[in-house]
Design a protein around this ligand. Structure first.
Ligand code: PLP
Length: 366
């Protein structure tokens, strides 16, 4: 079913001057500067989805009894628009994000936004703020759709009203000074997700709960935390807020392995895209269970040739070192591997329209 409601358009009376915007786009960093507009859509029990608008980016007042502040019904998404060779901008796989947003909503007892409305909200913001889509190598406009409760009460129940919003921030090349492998700390004390829990949802509380382990990783000199399964503390799940992939073998005989999806893994769009691309490039792929022991012994006997993390923000991040409370090891020679770099480059070529869009991944915003 196509679900359309008209968006009221309220263009910014004084958008940021071009010179200021261009200075930001030259060094955007990540998540620090926002575009001139934002999209909002409201939902209530009696009216459903209504009041769709694109308005100037601005703060808003919140009642101290806003339910989100107390009970945390808050979910989000992350996707990118890339400048294309013809000068237009395209979203990468927005339908996959729209469907995941619906799954997150369902888990948190929130209303499901129709996928067409999600995609149109994102495309509308990119159209309105087209001048904010950077054109530099590996640059993009990162979109952050999110939804939170707007009912004001301390009664403990699913809220009866919500707001969906989309904001956008220009994103620079993640590895501005060349691709640098990260080191990872295996968290033995904390878990990210448990069976029956919220790990498969992009739910704000998951990230709040993970910060302490990220701090622990930093205290041990590591960049990111590796999450093990909650029950046996044996199976590899994810790294930081990214999925994890392992490469066995070399050259055309390489196999790309990644933990199989369960309700304790976040199903990354990047993970899914890279599995498809690996297959396109003739590599074998396997979704399976991978233990911490397999990882360690595979590096010791040389059967694991590369390990990389993947997600929308950094695309592909090679992992060079791993550390636990009792031991540490290096993955191959600790440098980015050939298969990781080839997968990364091919995915970026798809995203920036330099590869035939055989999978229908690009959504034009025009
Ligand atoms: C968002 C996220 C990912 C990566 O998903 P992408 O769709 O590839 O960006 C992986 N793990 C967690 C926990 C995440 O929140």
């Amino acid at each position: 079913m196509t679900y359309r409601i008209p968006f009221e358009q309220h263009p910014h009376p004084s958008p940021r001057p071009a010179a200021e915007r261009d200075a930001i786009l030259a060094h955007p960093g990540f998540g620090r500067h926002f575009t001139d507009h934002m999209v909002t859509i409201d939902w209530s029990t009696d009216r459903g989805w209504h009041n769709a608008r694109i308005v100037p980016y601005a703060p808003f007042a919140m009642d101290p009894a806003n339910m989100t502040l107390h009970y945390g019904q808050a979910i989000f998404e992350g996707l990118k628009a890339y400048a294309q060779p013809d000068g237009t901008a395209a979203l990468f796989r927005p339908r996959a994000n729209a469907l995941r947003f619906q799954r997150s909503a369902r888990r948190l007892a929130m209303p499901e936004l129709p996928t067409d409305l999600f995609i149109e909200a994102c495309a509308l913001l990119v159209r309105q703020d087209a001048a904010w889509v950077p054109h530099g190598a590996e640059q993009s406009l990162y979109l952050r759709p999110f939804m939170f409760a707007t009912e004001n009460t301390l009664g403990m129940k699913p809220a009866g009203a919500y707001r969906f919003m989309v904001i956008a921030t220009p994103a620079g090349a993640y590895f501005a000074d060349g691709i640098k492998p990260v080191s990872v700390w295996v968290s033995e004390q904390y878990v990210r997700a448990a069976p029956g829990g919220t790990g498969a949802a992009k739910f704000a509380g998951n990230y709040a709960a993970s910060l302490i382990a990220q701090t622990e990783a930093a205290n041990h000199g590591c960049d990111q935390v590796v999450w093990l399964d909650a029950l046996e503390r044996r199976w590899i799940e994810e790294v930081g807020v990214m999925n994890l992939c392992f490469v066995h073998g070399n050259g055309s005989d390489a196999t790309v392995l990644t933990p199989q999806l369960t309700d304790t893994l976040l199903a990354g769009v990047t993970r899914d895209s890279l599995l498809t691309i690996a297959d396109d490039l003739g590599y074998a792929t396997r979704e399976t269970r991978i233990s911490l022991q397999d990882w360690q012994s595979g590096c010791a006997d040389g059967s694991i040739s590369e390990v990389f993390a993947c997600g929308t923000a950094a695309v592909v991040t090679p992992v060079g070192q791993a550390k636990t409370s009792t031991t540490s090891w290096t993955i191959a020679d600790g440098r980015p591997g050939a298969v990781s770099l080839r997968l990364r480059d091919t995915l970026l070529r798809h995203q920036t329209g330099r590869e035939a869009d055989t999978h229908g991944w690009l959504h034009p915003c025009t």
